[in-house]
Design a protein around this ligand. Structure first.
Ligand SMILES: Cc1cc2nc3c(=O)[nH]c(=O)nc-3n(C[C@H](O)[C@H](O)[C@H](O)COP(=O)(O)O)c2cc1C
Length: 158
């Protein structure tokens, strides 16, 4: 018998993670962005990462169709960016500064790192899908990360 939902969520919340925003662009060239903590390095050679995205999210269809995404790793100063991309806002990119990278997908400004990825595989993961991306370009900046632990944002010093 599977674990009950409350116990499962409570256990998972005790695993600290960084926070990313995964950006993508759909077939109508609309931008999508979703806050994602389920990000993981997968392979060094070839360079691959994976993300887990809820099937009902707006980004899911874009990721399935566009075959590319960008992982924007958030810094300690970007809690508002995490909240914005975790929201149901109509236009999450409104008055937000960004550049564009692979396939014209937004690269957020002020991130610790960005990974421009080409989707190589996707897998069913229950109510989420697992998207594997081959990293075509990586950029890095200095700074501290934003952390997520027990349902709240933390910094590495607290
Ligand atoms: C800190 C944090 C981490 C999250 N991690 C994930 C994740 O790994 N995968 C996911 O599908 N949703 C995750 N979410 C929830 C989505 O960001 C949220 O459902 C968002 O509104 C989906 O946007 P969309 O429907 O416009 O794509 C997370 C939310 C927060 C606040």
């Amino acid at each position: 018998m599977p674990v009950n939902s409350d116990e499962f969520r409570s256990a998972l919340s005790r695993f600290p993670s960084g926070v990313t925003v995964v950006t993508s662009r759909d077939e109508e060239e609309r931008f999508h962005g979703i806050t994602v903590s389920a990000f993981c390095s997968l392979s060094l050679d070839p360079p691959r990462v994976l993300i887990c995205v809820e099937k009902t999210s707006g980004s899911h269809l874009a990721l399935e169709s566009s075959k590319a995404f960008v992982v924007n790793m958030l810094s300690a100063e970007q809690k508002d960016v995490s909240d914005r991309f975790a929201s149901l806002a109509e236009d999450k990119f409104e008055s937000l500064e960004f550049e564009t990278g692979i396939d014209g997908i937004p690269l957020l400004i002020g991130c610790l790192a960005t990974l421009e990825c080409r989707v190589t595989n996707s897998y069913d993961g229950g109510d989420h899908s697992i998207f594997v991306g081959e990293v075509e370009k990586a950029t890095v900046n200095d700074g501290d990360p934003i952390l997520y632990f027990r349902g709240d944002y933390r910094s590495i010093s607290s």
